[in-house]
Ligand binder design. Sequence first.
Ligand code: ADP
Ligand code: MG
Length: 400
Amino acid sequence: MWSTRSSWKYIQWLSYRSLSYGTTDYLTVHDNAVARYAKKEPKKHTINQLIQFGKQLNEQKLIQSARFVHQELPVRLAHRIIDLRSLPYYVVCGPIKRIYDVYVEAFESVRNFRKIQDLQDEKEFTVLLKHLVDESANVVELLAHGLRLALLRASQREHLDLDSFVDQMLISRIGRRMIAEQHVMLHESRPGFVGVINTHCSPQQCLDIAYQECSRICFRQYGVQVPVQIRGSVSTIPYIPYHLHYILLELLKNSMRAVVERHLSQNHHKNGLLLSKDNMPPIEVLLTEGPKQVTIRISDQGGGIALDILSSIFRYGFSTVNRLREEEQGGGNLGGEWDRLVQRQSVDGPMAGLGFGLPLSKLYAQYFGGNLQLVSMDGYGTDVYVHLDRTGDVLEGVEI
Ligand code: ADP
Ligand code: MG
């Protein structure tokens, strides 16, 4: 994947870590603990198992759930900490070092939390989990930023392919966030929900919500909206709504961007026609279901994807927004521009630019046994198929 770490890089890495964490004693204890936890396998669940467990909740079950998270989080974190340490030094400095610090801190604070014996312990542990979820909120942006800087630095040295590393980081993050939030949300009783799982999640409703949000972002970016036509209807599925929301929002943003930009480029001479919803070819969404899966197809007439970039669109950090910007800047320094973009993303979400929408949507779809496929009709438009398991019996997809 990446070239073998040379010894000078490793020494730099170690001294960097010592500077951050102080004494060697502390580092030895920490390293031993990471190695111990990393020997364990993660314990996976299906959506139905999580629902079954959380349905008739009592104090004993809450304590049991907290104990599970207490055991499980450090195992999953330890594997990622080891992964991060195996990266070359020039990759791990900067934003990725910040992720490393967040992970080490989370690992230590969960591991060192006392044995959970009663409801008071459970309560305090839940507060810690909430804090950790908040702390790691911007990991995706940091990863995107770090990846971009690493690729820039690498281009002078070696061929660097971090896609499977980023895959692992993000799959693991989806899983850790799910088990932490599942426990936190068991405390809140919301109709139709067991923790973060909606036992009757409606794809139609998720689509409506994602469409509203996407329209706002699109309007802010381009001053125009793109209509969406929905056909078909499907039954509800046991699912985590924010997973589906992420996927649908990212796909709708991609489609709306393609439709508007194509329209603008084709009609730039007809000023009167420019910015009207009526002139935009609608995005068509079809919902279907079979015995095991629900499928959502999103079809746009945004011109499709040029053949020369088709093989790159599922790569992390690949975006034609970046391309344009780099061309504008002659491929130079990305610092300030990129920071502003990342900031915008965390405040109100940009239309495009991180290059994480497609690959991360695919991971979310695959996490509980679904999939995501894209078919481009060059010069016309793009169809994206999202398949979701509707049985709830597929184990979460986290691997070591
Ligand atoms: P971003 O949207 O941040 O650029 P994505 O991962 O969502 O990143 O998409 C990567 C690239 O794939 C986009 O920059 C765009 O060039 C292309 N793309 C994705 N979806 C479509 C679509 N529906 N129509 C045309 N191009 C698309
Ligand atoms: Mg996108």
